[in-house]
Write a protein that binds this ligand. Structure first.
Ligand code: NAD
Length: 510
């Protein structure tokens, strides 16, 4: 297996469709691997951003037919390059083909089809309520594209988390720069070399590179930035965006609690938790990060988890074709370090040269242990003991707000109690990960797990400026005269009556 490299590669920018490997110096910048040197602005990406802005201002991306054609082309990329995607993600992180097809292709195609099926409705002007004064006018919300938008993607679902937002950005009529993660080299290469041949090079571009390149890219003014990644880098993105007052969506991570009540079907819970935790070798932003349950439930869940892991991956998960690998050496070391907390009761084996970490369960943990302080992002499931649901809720509420809260119970009241008394980006009762499969649900974080939301229509809305428009008639000036000076109490009375929004149900006798 090839290691997902961590060293920054020479910066590459390319308009989609123009072929791969065009470095900044081709546009007048510095040498290959360098990110400085544009003759006019000093920024190697300035010309690219300018070109995309010119294309956007030309109106090329606005017609429905154009957007639909680009989206259909994106669909062809997913269909025709399916095997290349499976191969690239397998090389990058040993992603099992089933998991890759489900998470990288099927979910993206769902987003695409949802958008193609509904775009003609979503783009329409929305007429809104009017006052007496504006009754004869036209008041509507125009669905305007933002302009030139930047999408920065992470490595854990390197196709899905790049193509998913791209669907909405194209649908909304924007020009787009996508920046895949430099960690997953094979997928990055595929995106840079193959995706371009499917889309309009005047309006869509791939920029590759790591921290240095992304830092320079972010110096440019974008009209929207959509970032998926860690909270620490999220702060850097938001700071860069603030320089230009650019709005952002931040899809971040954190620790997702998974409460299991004493009343549940233990084996079903074990299977659903194990699937969510060990899918993609635990490198999923919405994976259940730790289990909260009573001592009694822990004693029942441990053998059930052992059984589930054995059913899923056989007696030696290292040999299973259905269990992935850690993306890089640095990440491997980090996750291995976290395993020093508590006591290993299932798994615990590691093989450094393969970046293999067995599905692992830990017990006897303290909330202050390192593994309980940071997002695990690996195939390790720690247990934290709580006396009851109230204590679980207090534990959850004493920490940063997670991307998702999971609650398992045969008693719906318990699930609803956890839902009502906690706050998180999303929620899933009696299962893990499955809420992300619905294009009808908004997906996003809250607080340190993120800002903004997407999926389905929410992605279109994210990349759309909802422009409030009022189009009045040139005549009827007698009516307008009532609001002009010289003012009088009589005029104010009429203006109030004609423009007031009345409180519904209020007693009018008083
Ligand atoms: P990361 O933040 O290290 O990198 C993400 C992107 O940011 C990459 O493209 C990278 O090149 C770029 N980047 C990294 N450092 C940068 C810097 N200093 N300046 C500018 N750009 C920089 O994240 P990652 O390791 O790729 O992904 C893991 C994190 O992403 C986890 O925290 C996970 O929870 C989170 N995540 C969240 C979601 C979600 O939908 N909320 C989905 C997947 C992953």
């Amino acid at each position: 297996m090839e290691t997902g490299g961590v060293s920054p590669q020479p910066s590459v920018q390319q308009p989609l469709g123009s072929g791969a490997g065009k470095a900044p110096e081709d546009d007048g910048g510095g040498g290959k691997g360098s990110v400085d040197g544009d003759a006019t602005s000093g920024n190697p990406y300035a010309r690219l951003v300018d070109d995309l802005r010119a294309a956007w201002l030309s109106g090329k991306t606005r017609p429905m037919e154009y957007r639909m054609a680009q989206l259909e082309a994106l669909g062809r990329f997913l269909d025709e390059k399916k095997q290349d995607i499976l191969d690239a993600t397998a090389l990058d992180m040993g992603k099992p083909p089933f998991e890759a097809e489900f998470s990288e292709i099927l979910l993206c195609k769902n987003e695409l089809h949802e958008t193609l099926n509904n775009l003609s409705h979503w783009v329409k002007d929305e007429n809104v309520d009017k006052t007496l004064v504006t009754q004869l006018d036209s008041a509507f919300i125009r669905k305007d594209p933002y302009g030139v938008v930047l999408i920065i993607a992470p490595w854990n679902y390197p196709v899905n988390l790049l193509v998913g937002p791209l669907v909405g950005a194209i649908a909304a009529g924007n020009c787009v720069i996508v920046k895949p993660s430099e960690m997953t080299k094979n997928t990055e290469k595929l995106m840079a070399e193959v995706l371009p041949s499917y889309l309009d090079k005047d309006c869509f571009a791939v920029v590759t590179g790591g921290v240095q390149e992304t830092t320079r890219l972010l110096e440019n003014k974008f009209d929207y930035i959509f970032y998926t990644g860690s909270p620490s880098v999220g702060r850097i993105i938001m700071t860069a965006a603030a320089q230009h007052l650019t709005p952002v969506t931040l899809e971040l991570g954190g620790k997702n609690p998974c409460y299991v009540s004493d009343s549940c079907d233990v084996q079903n819970v074990a299977r659903r938790v194990a699937w969510g935790r060990f899918f993609n070798a635990g490198q999923t932003c919405i994976a259940p990060d730790y289990v909260l349950c009573s001592v009694v439930m822990q004693e029942k869940l441990l053998p059930a988890l052992r059984k589930a892991i054995d059913e899923f991956y056989g007696p030696n998960p290292q040999e299973s074709p259905d269990f992935g690998r850690i993306v890089g050496d640095k990440q491997f070391q980090r996750v291995q370090e976290l395993m020093r907390s508590g006591r290993v009761v299932i798994g615990g084996q590691t093989v450094e040269k393969e970046r293999y970490i067995a599905p692992t369960v830990l017990v006897d943990l303290q909330p202050s242990d390192p593994i309980m302080q940071e997002e695990i992002f690996g195939p390790i499931l720690p247990f934290v003991i709580v006396a009851n649901v109230d204590e679980a809720i207090d534990f959850i509420n004493s920490r940063e707000r997670p991307l998702v809260v999971y609650a398992f119970s045969s008693d719906d009241k318990v699930v609803n109690q956890v839902l009502e008394r906690t706050s998180s980006g999303g929620f899933c009762g009696n299962d893990t990960l499955m809420h992300v499969t619905l294009t009808s649900l908004p997906f996003g974080g809250i607080g340190s797990s993120g800002h903004g939301m997407y999926h389905g229509k929410f992605t279109f809305d994210t990349f759309t400026h909802h422009r409030g428009c009022l189009h009045r008639s040139m005549g009827r000036e007698a009516l307008n005269a009532l609001r002009y000076p010289p003012y009088s109490p009589q005029k104010l009375g009429i203006v109030r009556a004609a423009s007031e929004v009345k409180r519904k149900g209020a007693c009018t006798l008083l």
